[in-house]
Ligand binder design. Structure first.
Ligand code: PMP
Length: 325
């Protein structure tokens, strides 16, 4: 009876909560939207029909800008904080992370919901809109030098955690990162049935790993997307304008055998695709989505059936970077 009441109040389905007493931390079936946090996940999947595709291929995009904080990383923020609370890992009430911005927004939402403080280390070059949103949600921002890259921000976050006992969420290494995308994979298969090819960009590599771990065993071809200047294809580390993707060191949780193809996309191609998506499909997406669309079109001749590409966020948080010019 008590569980039923709890379930009713939280908007979650009674059967799901009854599975075990910690079910609310893992598998949740949403009955309806009642609280802001319920607006994380269950994003739309739309078909793109204006691009030239080989016969027998359908192209679908998962629109992650429809999460509460406007990106795919809300899923990660929610999962990492809930798992850390469940394990009792948050000792001082403060959480710290290194992020280009979307992770910080996702974490800020989760910290706000649980009454925790958040401190984020952000390399200076990243979008000011994302930084303003993190601050609006109560996060404390610390800039690190653009030249030191994400590795510099990671080192700064770790030394702060070591010095103060704050909980370092460590998105680049925790297995809670890929696990945040279990439900994303389920949402996609629920929507299209068979996924013949999945295309996802890699920043931390969590989205790709989570999706590939679940979809590859069902026969899905997996394509990981990076900008020129990222190291997955054996290229040298360097700067790029495409934001949110790009890898400086190989992520430990990313197993080579999960990857069928690496697509390395130039900034020019990514930004051209962003503009095409606006005028052809009416979709306003960030540059990592543009890179992923380009990769999906490059790879489309290798499959028949359903191709699903992940669009992690929207263009409005990059307007100050003249994304449409
Ligand atoms: N696109 C954007 C806009 C992002 O912010 C991120 C997260 N850094 C990604 C793609 C890549 O996601 P992941 O960290 O899961 O590889």
């Amino acid at each position: 009876q008590h569980m039923h009441m709890l379930a009713e109040r939280s908007g979650y389905n009674y059967e799901a909560v009854q599975l075990n007493k910690f079910a609310h931390l893992q598998v949740l079936t949403k009955k309806n939207f009642k609280r802001p946090a319920d607006l994380i996940g269950d994003t739309p999947l739309v078909e793109l029909t204006t691009f030239k595709l080989p016969a027998g291929v359908r192209l679908f995009a998962k629109l992650e800008m429809y999460n509460l904080g406007g990106s795919i990383k809300d899923r990660l923020g929610q999962n990492i904080i809930e798992q850390a609370l469940f394990r009792g890992d948050i000792k001082t009430g403060e959480v710290v992370e290194a992020t280009a911005g979307n992770t910080g927004i996702g974490l800020a939402l989760a910290c706000q919901a649980h009454g925790l403080k958040l401190r984020v280390y952000v390399p200076q070059k990243f979008s000011v809109e994302k930084q303003d949103i993190m601050r609006a949600l109560g996060a404390e921002l610390v800039h690190t030098a653009t030249a030191d890259g994400m590795l510099g921000a990671r080192a700064a976050a770790k030394s702060y955690a070591d010095a103060t006992g704050a909980f370092y969420t460590n998105q680049f290494e925790t297995l809670d990162n890929p696990a945040s995308y279990d439900k994303l994979a389920r949402e996609i298969t629920d929507a299209v049935g068979t996924v013949d090819m999945i295309v996802a960009g890699a920043g931390s590599g969590g989205t790709f790993t989570g999706l590939a771990e679940r979809l590859k065993p069902t026969g899905t071809r997996t394509v990981i997307v990076e900008p020129v200047g990222s190291i997955l294809n054996g290229g040298a580390s360097g700067s790029h304008r495409t934001e949110g993707i790009g890898v400086e060191v190989w992520p430990e949780f990313l197993e080579h055998n999960l990857i069928d193809a690496v697509e390395t996309i130039s900034d020019d191609a990514a930004f051209a695709a962003v503009k095409q998506l606006a005028v052809q499909e009416g979709l306003l997406v960030g540059s990592s989505s543009g890179a992923s669309l380009t990769a999906a079109l490059n790879q489309a001749q290798n499959v028949k059936g359903n191709v699903v590409v992940i669009f992690p966020d929207a263009s409005d948080r990059y307007l100050s970077q003249h994304i449409y010019e």
